[in-house]
Write a protein that binds this ligand. Structure first.
Ligand SMILES: C[S@@+](CC[C@H](N)C(=O)[O-])C[C@H]1O[C@@H](n2cnc3c(N)ncnc32)[C@H](O)[C@@H]1O
Length: 362
């Protein structure tokens, strides 16, 4: 069941808000589930909206007899580690109403599954909308309220597995000539010249497992010569800043709009012995002073195209700007937004590319 749940959050999955542990797991594996302050929703999934935590109902109603309560995964639904979801099967025309009902009833997050999502449980003329609830009482209450109107059921996912399941996707990997990246739970034996990075993404993006991260790491491996000042915009787990520092950069300012990611970046900086040289925060870019030899931003094209001024404006003379999160088909759009900067190097992996830009020659 865990695989089923995780698998539904691929690039074409439809996630509507943080689903607690599940969302954390999904972000860690590269799905970038939207948080309320995450404006770039859509990088690896679509159709998401955000919502804060609602007040929970403590009303425990009985489940109407005509509704099924289905437990997925091991154990029984009374097992406290199972997280309850209310699943509703609707025709597309009723989708928004069903979503609204789930929100009203206290869902903390919604996911849609239809024939365009990786996990498809719906007939071609139906959508399955799944709402996450804080506990069984809240889910049962919601089910009772909507049971007469909709084809609904409660499904359970073993929540304790989400905290560890996401680890499965990560393993040690060599990137570029010098970098050897591994999570803390997997020991590695590097070569004497390896720069070994221990990165635990936790609930942030940036395990090194995604192409967009790897591409920047490859460029850093090539371009960091020593002594650089780095600005890392959208630092996630801190992986890029930490790599730059371990490759010889002097200092790094790492910022992210997600405060959880900032905490993770700080923790990873500690693990890698660079905490003294990195300043990680959720400060807005406009509050960052100074000039940087390397400016990094692995965000996504639709966000990056609106950022040329603040990013270029923080480049020191002779500095380089490395942009990632760009689908190959988006390269022209990206380069047009950053003109007259010139493309010094473009690296590609799969459908993704990262661009290294330099100021135009005077
Ligand atoms: C694709 S992840 C990259 C994480 C990490 N740098 C890496 O390369 O793996 C993008 C990160 O950018 C952050 N982000 C999105 N929009 C942002 C913005 N406008 N300013 C700062 N951070 C942003 C997100 O919260 C997320 O952590």
């Amino acid at each position: 069941m865990v695989a089923r749940a995780l698998g539904s959050f691929g690039r074409r999955a439809s996630v509507h808000a943080p689903l607690d542990g599940l969302a954390r797991a999904c972000r860690a594996v590269g799905c970038a589930v939207a948080l309320p302050r995450f404006p770039s929703a859509g990088i690896y999934s679509d159709r998401r909206v955000a919502r804060g935590q609602p007040p929970w109902s403590d009303h425990l109603g009985s489940v109407p007899g005509n509704l099924s309560v289905r437990a997925h995964g091991r154990g029984l639904m009374s097992d406290p580690v199972h997280h309850p979801f209310v699943s509703i099967r609707v025709r597309p025309a009723r989708l928004e109403l069903a979503q609204l009902r789930l929100w009203e009833l206290g869902a903390s997050g919604l996911e849609e599954r239809d024939e365009t999502t990786l996990v498809c449980e719906a007939a071609s003329d139906q959508v399955v909308v799944i709402g996450a609830f804080s506990d069984e009482a809240a889910a049962r209450h919601a089910l009772k309220e909507i049971g007469e109107e909709y084809d609904a059921e409660i499904i359970y996912v073993p929540s304790q597995d989400w905290a560890t399941e996401w680890r499965r996707g990560f393993s040690a990997q060599r990137i570029g000539k010098r970098l050897l990246l591994h999570p803390s739970w997997e020991a590695v034996q590097g070569e004497p010249d390896d720069v070994v990075l221990t990165i635990d993404p936790e609930n942030a993006f940036g395990s090194g497992d995604h192409e967009t991260t790897r591409l920047v790491l490859r460029l850093l491996d090539q371009w960091v010569a020593g002594g650089e000042r780095v600005l890392d915009v959208g630092c996630g787990s801190g992986v890029l800043s930490i790599a730059a520092l371990r490759l010889g950069a002097a200092s790094a300012i790492a910022v992210d709009i997600d405060e959880d990611a900032v905490v993770v970046a700080r923790r990873n900086a500690e693990i890698n012995g660079v905490a003294e040289r990195i300043e990680a925060s959720a400060r807005p870019l406009q509050d960052i002073d100074g000039a940087y030899d390397i400016v990094l931003a692995n965000i996504e094209t639709r966000v990056l195209v609106h950022m040329p001024e603040p990013l270029q404006g923080r480049l020191a003379a002779g500095g380089i700007l490395i942009l990632s999160g760009i689908l190959r088909a988006e390269t022209d759009e990206l380069l047009a937004a950053y003109a007259p900067m010139r493309l010094a190097e473009c690296v590609e992996e799969g459908e993704w590319c990262a661009c290294l830009l330099r100021p135009a020659e005077p």
